[in-house]
Design a protein. Structure first.
Length: 116
């Protein structure tokens, strides 16, 4: 699976943004997907995950209730809807996929900047 994330940008605090990640490859429908983010100098942080069918989602405490992950198998795309953005959400956001227990395919990242 190859992944390409896009949709980042500069927004004000309180705004919403939707990230998209387009996947190519025949294993997309079998893959679990997730979004991570990384702030310079910090470790990559898991945000949200969704199973292969889209029936199960899970979130980190830092974004639960504000971010929503979803997938569209017809479009080979996974989304991250981000609401009520905060300056501390500023980071590079990555999508990732896995067939087994480890996320082993990563997109190139898209920058999200939230101004106060």
């Amino acid at each position: 699976v190859q992944l390409q994330a896009y949709g980042g940008g500069l927004v004000q605090a309180g705004a919403s943004l939707r990230l998209s990640c387009l996947a190519s490859g025949r294993d997309f429908s079998k893959s679990a997907l997730a979004w991570f983010r990384q702030i310079p100098g910090q470790e990559r942080e898991f945000l949200a995950g969704i199973n292969y069918s889209g029936e199960r989602t899970y979130y980190s405490d830092s974004v639960k209730g504000r971010f929503t992950i979803s997938r569209d198998s017809a479009k080979n795309t996974v989304y991250l809807q981000m609401n009520r953005l905060k300056p501390e959400d500023t980071a590079v956001y990555y999508c990732a996929s896995r067939l087994g227990s480890k996320y082993d395919y990563w997109g190139q990242g898209t920058q999200v900047t939230v101004s106060s």
